[in-house]
Design a protein around this ligand. Sequence first.
Ligand SMILES: Cc1ncc(COP(=O)(O)O)c(C=O)c1O
Length: 405
Amino acid sequence: MNPPSIVRTSTAELYDANVMKNYARAALTLVRGRGAQVWDDAGNSYLDFTSGIAVSALGHCHPDWVAAVQRQATELIHVSNLFRHPNQGELARRIVGYAGPGRVFFCNSGGEADEALIKLSRLHGVAKSGAEGKCYKVICAKNAFHGRMFGGMSATPQEKIQKGFAPLVPGFAFGELNNLQSFADLIDEQTSAIMVETIQGESGIHPCTSEFLRGLRALCDKHNLLLILDEVQCGVGRTGKFYAFEHAGVRPDAIAMAKGLGGGFPIGAIWVHEKFAGLFTPGSHGTTFGGTPLACAAGLAVLDVIARDKLLEQVTARSGPWIAELTKLAAEFPKQLTGVRGRGYLVGLQLASDSAPYLTALRERGLLVVGAGGNAIRVLPPFIATVEELNRSVEIIRAVLAAKA
Ligand SMILES: Cc1ncc(COP(=O)(O)O)c(C=O)c1O
């Protein structure tokens, strides 16, 4: 069959005719980005405080990131995991440096990272009970989001995500976030792990309290359960610490990360404490693409720039006054904005009504942000955002709230 001839048509038409309709996309075609700015195909610029849903930690097309990826693309792009490559070894070393003694497995997305950890929890259950299929239950939180693969989706108790896909993977139970007793009540001899997002992202930025995380740690120690923290959205610096759990002084047994790690290049990773890292053995898990020289070059560039430019310190220093200004808006417009949650550059604005009209109004004034569950908006600046850009975001949000007053 001949390939279809190239027909000049608009991007919107191309999408309408050819792209799967599983997203309610904004009517916006983006063609260029630099720092915290993106431009559409009509030349309009926007302040991009979506960061590609918490991905573009260094903003768009950071020169050091671009140089590192360009350099690696001319050297070696992909070799598979049948061989070693210096970049993968070095990126693993850096992650171990942040997370503690343990080992890293690279994949390509947050969903894959969560899937790997759900598999790890099964292996832990086998080791713990001495038999297959006896100890496999993972306790997660209500309103969680752990991706859209079968394991992660089954761990995501939301109708809009699970509907139509039954039968789900068995073995998940759900406690109330920040209610330790509700988790304790679900533990039985079939339980192998507890898995939570340190800060729930998709459901609208709901942080675990430090006491809750410490309580989960104690429960896991008492019952020999893995404590798995999903830091796919909140990790890699977004809260001003490399991992969000550091704020609570808690150490998990396993971490899922992705999004910010590649600064826009698809990469995911799990870190597993050395006590449990031996559960995966040759053949028990794998991926063709995970941890390619190119993906790891992107990850190393992100970590290099974060360290060199002290971006975690910058996120911490700049986010405090910025969040304080956003919080003032809640006092100014209490009927529309009922709360401000989060930490660092992972902030949720709780609206009193549907977020969709707000997202449109903000976009029309030049600010891109992300919707979240329960009528919330996520505001996710890149770590390189300037004070002027942060202030501008507050002014645009203020103008939109005022217009809706
Ligand atoms: C906490 C969390 N886990 C997992 C995922 C899934 O990641 P991905 O979309 O890269 O598969 C996400 C994505 O938003 C997430 O926020």
